[in-house]
Design a protein. Structure first.
Length: 367
């Protein structure tokens, strides 16, 4: 695959590079001018056990000094206390404004590392090495960084673009099936909001995707990256079009909080996309056949069911804390058609409650 270049104000700012190993990473670090810099690799415990030693060994001759910071895996670590510990580590290692962070891991690592890079000494460079499907198609691209605050998702953050996104596609072979399926939430979302042909391609290639056929998966990641890259370039700080990338996220984040993060983020996005599609249908935008098609496209990826006794009113109440709300109104993303999304400021609590009820009934009947 050819690499992608992300632009800001029509100027190239970083590349998304596709490889099947980490072999090219040292040369890319040198090309970025980091030969005389210190580098701290930030990771979480599980990913670190798989790849940290190899990364540190591969880059040791590409810079002046390497160190690492590892925190416990999971969403529970995505908070300001862990960021504080990372700041302390960087201060003790005498990192200055010329030094660099590498985020080695999934979305939690990328978001936390990016936020630390944005705020340490008012901003230092960082590189994304996403190791989950979810982070490869979503969080590693676009420069949105942040951490959770008192269980409120991504409530503290900053826009800070990476200097490189390095994707080693072979790491996907170490993902659990659940983690891989979680990543499909953002992928299906990209097709639904921006590219109907891509959505169709996903359905036609679901067998190869499920079998982790790397050429097919690589093409899938590339096409998802093209969608996100184009949106980010048009709206780097989410003043307009970029909000469309939040399709499925308003109720998805609410469910994530309601389930106390027992569901993975991508799983909640899949549920949120299903709910937003139901609301789109009830508003007369998409047809019943299109809604059935959307829900059917999610079935191979094991969307989790909400508990039978789930309190829908509580879930809906959590959407009121959505950081994207404006003047008390939720900026809800709906589908006008498959492949075209829009911002709707008039989705009511009743709309959300009815969608939750209908999805739960569909689970019982079809799943």
């Amino acid at each position: 695959m050819k690499n992608l270049t992300v632009h800001l104000d029509d100027k190239p700012i970083y590349d998304i590079v596709y490889e099947e190993s980490f072999d090219a990473l040292p040369s890319m670090i040198k090309e970025l001018g980091y030969s005389n810099r210190k580098i701290c690799v930030v990771s979480e415990s599980h990913v670190a056990s798989l790849y940290l030693d190899a990364i540190l060994h591969s880059i040791k001759d590409a810079c002046t000094y390497t160190t690492s910071f590892v925190f416990p895996e999971g969403e529970a670590s995505k908070n300001l206390n862990v960021v504080r510990d990372l700041y302390t580590h960087l201060i003790e290692e005498k990192f200055d404004r010329n030094d660099v962070l590498i985020a080695l891991g999934g979305g939690v690592v990328g978001d936390l590392t990016g936020y630390a890079a944005a705020t340490y000494l008012r901003g230092i460079d960082f590189i994304q090495i996403p190791t989950s499907l979810l982070s490869q198609v979503d969080s590693s691209i676009g420069g949105k960084t942040g951490v959770d605050f008192d269980s409120y998702k991504n409530m503290v953050g900053a826009f800070h673009m990476p200097k490189l996104v390095y994707m080693n596609l072979s790491v996907l072979k170490t993902l659990s099936n659940r983690q891989f399926c979680s990543g499909m939430g953002e992928i299906i979302k990209h097709g639904l909001i921006k590219n109907a042909n891509y959505f169709t391609w996903l359905k036609e290639n679901e067998a190869q995707i499920a079998a982790l056929d790397l050429p097919t998966v690589g093409e899938m990641i590339y096409e998802s990256n093209v969608v996100k890259k184009n949106v980010v370039e048009n709206d780097p700080t989410e003043k307009g079009e970029r909000a469309l990338l939040n399709f499925g996220h308003t109720l998805g984040h609410a469910i994530e909080k309601y389930m106390n993060f027992e569901f993975l983020h991508g799983e909640c996005v899949l549920i949120g996309c299903a709910l937003a599609s139901i609301i789109s249908y009830k508003k007369g935008n998409i047809t019943q056949a299109e809604l059935r098609d959307i829900l059917h496209s999610m079935k191979p990826y094991h969307v989790p069911k909400l508990p039978a006794d789930a309190n829908f009113a509580t879930i809906v109440s959590y959407t009121k804390n959505d950081k994207k709300a404006i003047g008390g109104k939720i900026k809800f993303i709906l589908l006008e058609t498959i492949g075209h999304a829009y911002i709707d400021m008039d989705v009511s609590e009743e709309d959300m409650l009815l969608a939750l009820k209908e999805l739960q009934e569909r689970y019982q009947d079809e799943y």
